[in-house]
Design a binder for this molecule. Structure first.
Ligand code: NAD
Length: 265
């Protein structure tokens, strides 16, 4: 049976873990050749070793413009083209950092990876896609934190809100080249990022994670915890030609949590 991405070449940033890894697995299963980009060399190389000739790993820090631009060259040199760019890599800023303690350096770190990274990734991919003249699909991984305001993780929320607005604007601009730009808006997905493994300052992480899960599910209509594979399936759809008429959207993958009044869920 034909795969959804037969003959296509994709880049997945943050592809060595979590949502990115689930997407790499699915894209390859659906016929794509994939450049896996990540700061984690061990995880990236071991994933690509399992996937064989369909995947190649490149160590990339998406906050570094030169790394991202070279990444696009890898796709074109290794696989001859670029059809799909999934700007997925992102970092949190711990569970409950006190905003009043944040420094300009803290802001810059999160915004550098979560907003500037996808902006540079969109620009570099779109330049290659324009030159190819066959259009393309760019996906940016935002978050419900970019839609819903909240006291915790304010810099993360700001970076993701900026990413949604940037993606919509890029969709309008790049449409003249046949390039579609869409956002994914995942809800709470159990991965290392949402388990606050880094920088939380809390010593009761397991309990904290469980409490957050419970609050989240009680406000979510489907009452179902989302998985990295759920987000990967949405990425596959937006990357595929089935979404040929879809650009400029921010697709929620969150069990309905942003849909209505939490009091009536
Ligand atoms: P994760 O921590 O499980 O995986 C992120 C991957 O990105 C890791 O492999 C990591 O090594 C890599 N990475 C981190 N910084 C990088 C950098 N500077 N350059 C290249 N690679 C880098 O996280 P995840 O949960 O899979 O998150 C993926 C994306 O989904 C992020 O943009 C995140 O904000 C977004 N998201 C996650 C959730 C969630 O609940 N997990 C919810 C909404 C949005």
């Amino acid at each position: 049976m034909a795969g959804e991405l037969d003959g296509k070449v994709a880049i997945v940033t943050g592809g060595a873990g979590g949502i990115g890894k689930a997407t790499v697995d699915l894209f390859v299963a659906e016929g794509a050749r994939v450049v896996v980009a990540d700061v984690d060399m061990d995880a990236g190389e071991s994933l690509c070793a399992k996937l064989g000739s369909a995947a190649v790993f490149r160590r990339v820090d998406v906050a570094q413009k030169g790394d991202v631009e070279a990444l696009v060259d890898v796709a074109v040199q290794r696989f001859g083209r670029l059809d799909v760019m999934f700007n997925n890599a992102g970092i949190a800023c711990g569970a409950f950092p006190d905003f009043l303690d944040d420094t300009l350096e803290d802001f810059g770190k999160v915004v550098g990876v979560n907003l500037f990274g996808p902006m540079v990734g969109t620009q570099a991919a779109a330049r290659a896609m324009k030159q190819q003249g066959r259009g393309g699909a760019i996906l940016n991984n935002a978050s419900i934190a970019g839609v819903l305001a909240g006291q915790a993780m304010m810099t993360y929320r700001a970076s993701k809100a900026g990413l949604i607005h940037f993606s919509k604007s890029a969709a309008i601009d790049l449409a003249r080249h046949g390039i579609r730009v869409n956002c994914l808006v995942p809800g709470h997905i159990r991965t290392p990022l949402s388990s606050f493994e880094e920088g939380s300052g809390a010593d009761n992480l397991a309990q904290l994670s469980q409490e957050i899960d419970a609050i989240y599910l009680s406000n979510q209509p489907l009452k179902r915890r989302g998985s990295p594979e759920d987000v990967a399936q949405a990425a596959l759809f937006l990357a595929s030609d089935r979404a040929a008429q879809i650009t400029g959207i921010a697709l929620p993958v969150e069990g309905g949590v942003t849909t209505g009044d939490p009091v009536n869920h």
